[in-house]
Design a protein around this ligand. Structure first.
Ligand code: FAD
Length: 516
C-alpha cells in the first residue's frame, strides 16, 4: 500500500494541461497526484495481418501521433513537478488495481461520449464508487454537453445543424476566461508494486523500423497543437474570411484548413480554447463569416455530430439505426480493396487514398470525393466498410464525426441529394488542373501530360510510353466506368429511397424535396 491518500488523474483523450478541469480538480487539496495513462494492448500492438502497418484498430501514424502526444504531456507535467505514469493492460483492471494500491480518494477523468468509453467508464466508476472513492468526470471535450442539448430537445437529438445551433445558443463558459495555465502540481506519491514505465517508443511496441512511406508530417502533442493554433489565428484576415466548403482540397504543401483535427481528437487542443481564440479574432475585425461556413461553424459541426451520435442508438451501423436509410449496399471485398489500396484507376481517388495511408489526414472535400466514390457514386460498397478504413487510418479518427460524415456522404442520413455525385475526373481538375497533387502522391504518373493526368487511360500509347506509365501495367485501368456506374448508383438509390418511404408508411416532405 502506498504512503498516503491522493488523487488519480486518468488521461485518455484530453492530453493537455490547458483548460483541463479534470486535472485541475484532481490537483486541488491533495497531497499526492497520480497522472496515469493506460496503454491498451488491443489498441496499440501490431497486427501482422493488417493491409498497412498498425494495430487492428489504429494505423501506425495515429499510434505514433498518440505516443508523441504522451511524451509532450509527460514533459509538461515534469515542468510542473509531476510526471506521467504509463501502465499497460486492460484499462479498467489496471485502474481498479491502482486505486487500491495507491489509496486513492479522488478519481478524475474527462467525460467521453464514445460507446467504448461509456462502457469502460461505467465499470471503473462502479468499482471506484463501491470503494467509496469520489469520481469527477467533467465535460470538456466538446463546446457543449451533448446530453444537455438532447434534454433541451425533449430527449431526442436535433437532426439538423440549424436546429442544433438554435438549441445550443452561446456556451455557458464563453463569457469568462478559461483556465489556461497551471503553475505547479502536487508530487506523485509512492507507486508501490504497480508496474510503471516511461512512454514507450514505437519500436518498443513491436513495430521495428517504421516504414518511410507511412510518415505523417503532423507531430502529436499539446505544444504542437498550440503552435499550430497560434499560426492559424495569426492571419486574422484568413480567419475572418474562412468559408467552407470553399478552399482547395488538393493543396497539400499548405493545406487550406487548420489541420487541428488530430489535436482536437486527442484533446491536445481544447475545442473551447480554440473557440475563445476565434471569438477574440472576430472581435478585432470589421466583418467575419458565420456558421455553418466559418471556423466557429466547423467547431459547431463537431458538436452537432457528438450530440446526434450520443442520442442515436446504433449510430455506427445501418441496421437498427433509426436515422439511417436502409440501402442494399454490396459487400464486394474486391471493389473495397481497390479503393482502400489506391488501385481504382482514377488518379484523383487513388492519390487521396495514398494521402490517407501516408499522412492519415486529407482535406474535407477530398474525403467527400473518396467516400462518395466508394458508396453512392460508383462502387456502391457499404459505407460501414469505408468508415472502418477511415477509422483505422485517420490520425484524427473520431467515432462520432467519422460515422456522422459517412452517414452524410452515403446519403444515408442528414443529406439526401443522391443525384449530386462527385466526378472522380472533373472535381479535382477544377482545383488543380496541372495535377500536382496527383503527381506528388502517385509518382508513377508524374510524367503524364496534364491533358491526361485525370484520365490516363485515354492517353495514346505513345504518350503513355513517353510518360513511362503504361495503363494496365504500371497503373490500373478504371475499376468501373464512371458514367454508366454512377447512373446505376442513382437508380439504386432512387429505388431504395422509395422502399424506405413505403416501409415507413409516410413520405417525408423533406426527403422528397431533397432527392429531386
Ligand atoms: P477545419 O476546417 O480547420 O475545421 C476545424 C475543426 O472543426 C476540425 O479540426 C474539426 O474538429 C471540426 N470539423 C471540421 N469539419 C467538420 C465536419 N464536417 N464534421 C465535424 N467536425 C468538423 N473529422 C474528424 O475530426 N475525424 C474524423 O474521423 C472524420 N472523418 C470524416 C469522414 C468523412 C467521410 C468526411 C467527409 C469527413 C470527416 N471528418 C472527420 C470531417 C472533416 O473532414 C475534418 O474534421 C477536417 O477535414 C479536419 O481538417 P481541419 O482540422 O483542417 O478542419
Amino acid at each position: 500500500m502506498a504512503s498516503g491518500s491522493g488523487s488519480l488523474m486518468w488521461f485518455r483523450k484530453g492530453l493537455r494541461i490547458h483548460d483541463n478541469p479534470a486535472l485541475e480538480y484532481a490537483a486541488k487539496g491533495t497531497r499526492f497526484l497520480y497522472p496515469v495513462f493506460v496503454i491498451d494492448p488491443h489498441y496499440m500492438e501490431p497486427d501482422p495481418n493488417a493491409f498497412s502497418p498498425g494495430s487492428p484498430r489504429a494505423g501506425l501514424n495515429r499510434i505514433r501521433f498518440l505516443l508523441e502526444s504522451l511524451v509532450d504531456l509527460d514533459l509538461s507535467l515534469k515542468k510542473l513537478g509531476s510526471r506521467l505514469l504509463v501502465l499497460k493492460g486492460e484499462p479498467s483492471e489496471v485502474l481498479i488495481r491502482c486505486l487500491k494500491e495507491w489509496d486513492i480518494t479522488k478519481l478524475c477523468f474527462e467525460y467521453d461520449t464514445e460507446p467504448y468509453y461509456q462502457a469502460l467508464d461505467l465499470k471503473v466508476k462502479t468499482g471506484a464508487s463501491t470503494a467509496g472513492i469520489e469520481v469527477f468526470s467533467p465535460v470538456s471535450h466538446t463546446l457543449f454537453n451533448p446530453a444537455d442539448i438532447i434534454h433541451k430537445n425533449g430527449g431526442r437529438p436535433p437532426l439538423s445543424y440549424q436546429s442544433f445551433v438554435k438549441l445550443a445558443g452561446q456556451p455557458s463558459w464563453a463569457s469568462s476566461p478559461l483556465s489556461i495555465t497551471l503553475s505547479s502540481l502536487p508530487h506523485v506519491g509512492d507507486v508501490g508494486s504497480c508496474e510503471i514505465s516511461e512512454v514507450p517508443t514505437i519500436e518498443e511496441l513491436g513495430y521495428g523500423e517504421s516504414p518511410q512511406d507511412c510518415f505523417s508530417p503532423f507531430r502529436g502533442g499539446e505544444s504542437e497543437a498550440l503552435k499550430r493554433l497560434r499560426e492559424s489565428i495569426a492571419d486574422k484576415v484568413w480567419v475572418a474570411t474562412f468559408e467552407k466548403p470553399k478552399g482547395n482540397p488538393s493543396a497539400f504543401l499548405k493545406p487550406a484548413t487548420t489541420v487541428l483535427s488530430p489535436y482536437l481528437k486527442f484533446g491536445c487542443l481544447s475545442s473551447r480554447y480554440f473557440y475563445q481564440c476565434l471569438q477574440d479574432v472576430y472581435r478585432n475585425v470589421k466583418r467575419h463569416t458565420s456558421p455553418p461556413v466559418s471556423l466557429v461553424g466547423q467547431l459547431l459541426w463537431r458538436d452537432f455530430f457528438y450530440t446526434v451520435a450520443l442520442g442515436t442508438p446504433n449510430f455506427d451501423q445501418m441496421r437498427g439505426n433509426r436515422i439511417c436509410k436502409q440501402i442494399p449496399w454490396n459487400d464486394n471485398d474486391e471493389l473495397l480493396a481497390t479503393w482502400r489500396e489506391a488501385r481504382t484507376g482514377y488518379p484523383w481517388i487513388d492519390a487521396i487514398m495514398v494521402q490517407l495511408c501516408k499522412w492519415g489526414w486529407m482535406h474535407h472535400l477530398a474525403r467527400h470525393s473518396v467516400a462518395c466514390f466508394l458508396t453512392r457514386g460508383d462502387l456502391f460498397v457499404h459505407w460501414e466498410k469505408g468508415r472502418d478504413v477511415f477509422e483505422r487510418l485517420l490520425i484524427d479518427s473520431d467515432w462520432a464525426i467519422n460515422n456522422g460524415n459517412w452517414l452524410w456522404l452515403s446519403c444515408s442520413s442528414f443529406f439526401y441529394q443522391y443525384n449530386r455525385i462527385y466526378s472522380p475526373i472533373s472535381f479535382g481538375k477544377k482545383y488543380d488542373p496541372n495535377g500536382d497533387y496527383i503527381r506528388h502522391f502517385l509518382p508513377v504518373l508524374k510524367d503524364m501530360p496534364k491533358e491526361y493526368i485525370y484520365e490516363p487511360w485515354t492517353a495514346p500509347l505513345s504518350v503513355q510510353t513517353k510518360a513511362k506509365c503504361i495503363i494496365g501495367r504500371d497503373y490500373p485501368k478504371p475499376v468501373v466506368p464512371h458514367d454508366s456506374e454512377s447512373k446505376e448508383c442513382r437508380r439504386k438509390m432512387a429505388e431504395a429511397y422509395t422502399l424506405n418511404q413505403k416501409l415507413k408508411g409516410v413520405v417525408s416532405e423533406e426527403d422528397l424535396k431533397n432527392s429531386r
